[in-house]
Design a protein around this ligand. Structure first.
Ligand SMILES: Nc1ncnc2c1ncn2[C@@H]1O[C@H](COP(=O)(O)OP(=O)(O)O)[C@@H](O)[C@H]1O
Ligand SMILES: [Mg+2]
Length: 279
């Protein structure tokens, strides 16, 4: 009997601790959302975070990679890369073609595994995740934007944006409301029912960014996101990244050849032959 009481006591304390730290984590996150005039979107942006202590840590480092090495056969592509990004930072990665930028981005985004080294993202050591757990983690924590939009042609803008939310198990109505908020934020409210073929290149890329953001990821990884756009559309897209950072404290790592974007970034990391040569 006595043991049972002790057990219950320990369990209830554990539950209480879990709830308290979760709440603290959420509050810390809420403080980083400084956009009082956009309450619905700000609420949507409310990120799912683990407990309070790790959330506090996250405000310092959203992502940290240490000693990343990767080879393909005899070819050494990444030769020991250390890299970190703070929450709300926009970091550009630049360097000649073949320097290993995309390989690094794929490893940071858990799309590929390093031969050695560790990646910690949003307080989670991703090396320890496999299979469904890794897919679920990626779906909730990382948004991807590529040079080509990769929107599904048979679905509307709204449906394309909703897909990651459906995969995460979000109810249809809730996902659609979030997608509509994002479309509105991106000035695309009138395009919700249009399929990708009926959108301009700039609009397609904005829809792709909305899709990357629907699950409120801690970080967005973009690989030459404006590489396929004319200069006016590229400029508009870059300003959008900074607006997302300013309004929602969104963190970005962007591989780019665009000098204007690199100049605007908080930090530019230069890669050469599989190494970071300046940061
Ligand atoms: N899956 C792969 N198999 C073999 N070699 C690869 C593979 N992916 C990339 N590489 C090689 O790794 C090097 C770096 O590629 P990448 O990371 O795409 O460079 P960047 O994005 O900087 O242009 C290139 O020499 C490329 O050919
Ligand atoms: Mg590349």
């Amino acid at each position: 009997m006595f043991c049972k009481v002790i057990k219950l006591n320990v369990i209830s304390k554990f539950i209480l601790f879990f709830l308290t730290t979760r709440r603290l984590g959420a509050e810390l996150q809420a403080k980083s959302v400084h956009c009082p005039n956009k309450v619905p979107v700000a609420l949507f942006w409310f990120r799912r975070l683990p407990g309070g202590a790790s959330s506090f840590f996250l405000h310092l480092h959203m992502l940290r990679a240490e000693g990343i090495k990767k080879s393909y056969g005899n070819l050494s592509i990444l030769k020991g890369v250390d890299f970190d990004v703070k929450q709300g930072e926009i970091v550009s990665i630049v360097g000649a073609s073949g320097a290993g930028k995309s390989t690094l981005l794929h490893i940071l985004g858990t799309l590929d595994r390093p031969d050695s080294g560790t990646v910690t993202l949003n307080g989670t050591a991703v090396n320890g995740l496999n299979g469904n757990a890794l897919s679920a983690f990626r779906n909730r924590n990382i948004g991807f934007v590529f040079q080509f939009h990769h929107l599904l042609p048979e679905f509307t803008a709204l449906e394309n944006i909703c897909i990651p939310a459906f995969i995460a198990g979000t109810a249809r109505k809730q996902a659609e409301n979030r997608a509509l908020e994002l479309l509105d934020f991106f000035g695309l409210a009138a395009r919700a029912g249009h399929k990708p073929a009926a959108l301009s290149g700039g609009e397609q890329q904005r829809v792709a960014i909305a899709r990357a953001l629907i699950n409120g990821p801690g970080i967005v990884l973009a690989d030459e996101p404006s590489g396929n756009l004319d200069s006016a559309n590229a400029k508009a897209l870059h300003h959008l990244f900074f607006k997302l950072r300013d309004d929602f404290n969104q963190t970005f790592i962007i591989v780019t050849h665009n000098e204007d974007l690199a100049k605007m970034s908080d930090r530019v990391v230069t890669m050469k032959d599989g190494m970071i040569v300046s940061a």
